[in-house]
Design a protein around this ligand. Structure first.
Ligand SMILES: NC(=O)C1=CN([C@@H]2O[C@H](COP(=O)(O)OP(=O)(O)OC[C@H]3O[C@@H](n4cnc5c(N)ncnc54)[C@H](OP(=O)(O)O)[C@@H]3O)[C@@H](O)[C@H]2O)C=CC1
Ligand SMILES: O=C(O)[C@@H]1CCC=N1
Length: 305
């Protein structure tokens, strides 16, 4: 597996700021809506939930114009919200499938087969379909579009919203190298991308797809522990989130190994050793292993096969 990083972290402009910047530049929302960029093909995001929004915000934050992206979202209130916040056109799922050259499916795995059966007739023969749904296999996608459809199964994560996502992807039976490159370029605009064999995708889902939630869970627990010991919540939050950022930066350094990094923190007879002994006593290591296996199993159950 080979991770590619397109730009350093921290340059992402958050959605609200993206809007402000456009305003500062004097472009009206209507004008921004009409102006397409030359280098991007039309992308449709079907499903503007958490992951759909993270991908949308990530794409708009890294060079896609609102006019390059169509969104389909059945919930009217949500559709209005997304149109207003990002300046994109929200259209029906069938129209999105018909007009886009790349269609990203960000709906629940359980809704996938019905959606595919509904839109398959609208997709052009060269349309690339990228599903980010947990578990749903490329063979399910192909079976419900056409047997020779160009499909990619991808698993991003929500830090895509900040341009620091981690996505793994694998292509279907008929996806050409050029189409895989196209999918990779699109996903790279919201973070790092690796290509994996599809048999690893359930594990990927359990590790990096669901992974941010594990770290938020740890962060929440640490912050509450700090608060319980009398620390103001804001201070505890700053300490914990910067500690996670710092630890991740160290771990990202080539050659660094988590065990070596952990040993460097653990002074003989000190505080870290006392804490780690408690984590082991409570079975945190096996709890994590079981949790990750459960997530992968659940992904397998959502295959649609
Ligand atoms: N959240 C995450 O961190 C990640 C999620 N994913 C995958 O992304 C997908 C979406 O997850 P998530 O964003 O969390 O879920 P959400 O429920 O937040 O989003 C799904 C959205 O799709 C909408 N939708 C349902 N049917 C259709 C349709 N026919 N056409 C257009 N939109 C539709 C839903 O509307 P309504 O609510 O009305 O049903 C909802 O707004 C899932 O398959 C998940 O496995 C992948 C990686 C990470
Ligand atoms: O919880 C889920 O099913 C999705 C897939 C990975 C992260 N969220």
């Amino acid at each position: 597996m080979h991770a590619r990083r397109r730009r350093p972290a921290g340059l992402f402009r958050a959605p609200a700021r993206t809007r402000t910047t456009r305003k500062e530049e004097g472009a009206s929302p209507a004008a921004a809506r009409r102006t397409r960029t030359a280098q991007h093909t039309m992308v449709a995001i079907i499903g503007a939930g958490k992951m759909g929004e993270a991908l949308l915000a990530g794409l708009l934050g890294t060079g896609y114009a609102p006019a390059d992206v169509l969104v389909a979202e059945p919930r009217q209130e949500r559709a209005r919200e997304v149109a207003e916040l990002y300046g994109v056109d929200v259209v029906s799922t069938r129209e999105a499938a018909k007009r886009a050259e790349t269609v990203v499916l960000a709906i629940k795995p359980q809704d996938m087969v019905n959606l595919l059966d509904d839109v398959s007739g609208e997709l052009g023969s060269g349309t690339l379909v990228i599903s980010v749904a947990a578990g749903v296999t490329t063979s399910t996608l192909e079976r419900h579009i056409t047997d020779d459809a160009a499909v990619v199964r991808a698993m991003p994560n929500t830090p895509a919203l900040a341009g620091t996502g981690m996505t793994a992807m694998s292509g279907g039976t008929h996806t050409t190298p050029e189409q895989l490159d196209r999918a990779e370029r699109l996903l790279e605009s919201v973070g790092s991308v690796v290509r994996v064999q599809e048999r690893h995708m359930d594990t990927v889902t359990a590790l990096s797809g669901s992974g941010p939630a594990y770290f938020y869970f740890i962060a929440e627990t640490m912050i509450e522990a700090g608060v319980a010991m009398g620390m103001p919540r804001d201070s505890a939050r700053t300490l914990v989130s910067q500690t996670i950022t710092g630890a991740a930066t160290m771990l990202n350094e080539p050659g660094n190994h988590p065990v070596v990094l952990r040993e460097a923190v653990t002074s003989p007879g000190g505080t870290t050793a006392a804490a780690l002994r408690e984590l082991e006593r409570h079975g945190v290591r096996s709890a994590f292993t079981d949790a990750i296996e459960a997530a992968a199993r659940r992904s397998g159950e959502l295959s649609g096969d």
